[in-house]
Design a protein around this ligand. Structure first.
Ligand code: FAD
Ligand code: A2P
Length: 287
């Protein structure tokens, strides 16, 4: 793990202004740019980074924004990214895959402190508390970088006010791929303002599928065989009490939704809050 430290904000601002002055015609306007302030590489395919936060940039925890880089021809290459930091934080954080030939991440993987990235001002998303009915327990089910929106939500005090217990399940292939969620959870438990709530109400269940670990197996299997609930001494999933947010590959999302439909869970939206909501962690090949 490589942790890089924050440079002087004044130096970064000066650099940002110089870079904006030299931007080609039709490039990115100043409000759409932020400066990278920290970078951490977790594995050869996963990294996280922080940026400054423009004063007028507002969002709800769990939402995503379009971020990107300017390519060699001066064209913006942007992609959807969940904001991994909570709405109250003074910086922004993102958690990223590296796709070797990916138009964005093959370059984004090289970002360093002081670099500029594009951040479009509009945010949106389905993983919002307003789309869920009240309940006792909130399950957050993620695979891979699908953990990113939950990194924001588990640090938002509102979820601990709305739900007595929050169960975060993060499924990955290997233990190393759990590094980011393990750190976010540990830091949240130790946080001076939210630490007490998190320690009392959050259950963190990391699970891996291609190595031996304390918990192994796909999330779909842990749900279907009841192991998840029983390992936490919780009753089986029940739409009368349980609410669920899902963020993973299309396959995972579909498989969990099918299980939930069988148990009479209803998908929620803003006009009709329901029992579960789903967001894709990425758009799969050919879809
Ligand atoms: P692309 O051309 O966009 O993707 C190439 C291929 O790589 C895809 O077809 C897919 O098979 C695979 N792929 C892309 N993203 C992922 C991923 N995250 N995990 C596994 N395989 C992937 N990506 C993140 O890394 N972090 C996020 O927080 C994030 N949030 C997203 C939120 C939403 C709502 C959506 C729709 C996507 C999100 N993505 C996220 C995916 C992101 O938009 C890009 O696809 C990703 O950054 C790769 O960009 P690229 O241009 O390098 O490759
Ligand atoms: P598995 O190792 O059995 O494929 P990926 O890195 O491919 O995005 O996968 C992340 C995690 O999600 C892995 O643990 C993987 O398990 C799991 N996974 C992939 N597809 C599904 C699915 N349809 N249902 C449940 N888990 C899945």
């Amino acid at each position: 793990m490589t942790q890089l430290q924050n440079p002087s904000p004044l130096a970064a601002l000066d650099q940002a202004n110089k870079s904006l002055a030299s931007r080609p015609k039709g490039g990115i306007s100043a409000p759409d740019q932020v400066t990278v302030t920290a970078v951490t590489h977790w594995t050869d395919k996963l990294f996280s980074f922080q940026t400054d936060r423009p004063p007028g940039f507002r969002f709800q925890s769990g939402e995503f924004a379009m971020i990107g880089l300017v390519d060699d021809e001066g064209k913006a290459v942007t992609r959807a990214y969940s904001i991994a930091s909570p709405h109250w934080d003074d910086h922004l954080e993102f958690y990223s895959i590296i796709v070797p030939d990916g138009p964005l991440t093959s370059r984004l993987r090289h970002v360093q402190i002081g670099d500029k990235i594009i951040l479009r001002p509009k945010t949106t998303g389905t993983l919002g508390l307003a789309r869920l009915r009240d309940g006792q327990r909130l399950y957050l089910l993620a695979t891979g970088t699908g953990f990113a929106p939950f990194a924001a939500l588990i640090r938002d005090p509102e979820i601990y006010e709305r739900f007595e217990q929050v169960i975060l399940v993060h499924g990955c292939r290997t233990i190393a791929e759990l590094g980011y969620s393990q750190k976010i959870v540990a830091d949240s438990r130790a946080h001076p303002l939210i630490g007490e709530m998190v320690t009392r109400q959050l259950h963190y269940v990391p699970s891996v599928t291609r190595e031996n670990f304390t918990q192994t197996g796909r999330i779909t299997t842990l749900l279907a065989d009841g192991k998840l609930a029983s390992s936490l001494s919780l009753p089986p999933l029940d739409p009368a009490f349980d609410r669920i947010m899902i963020c993973g590959s299309i396959g995972l999302n579909q498989d969990i939704a099918a299980q939930l439909l069988e148990k009479n869970f209803h998908e929620g939206n803003l006009s009709s809050p329901g029992d579960y909501v789903i967001e894709r962690a990425f758009v799969g090949d050919g879809i």
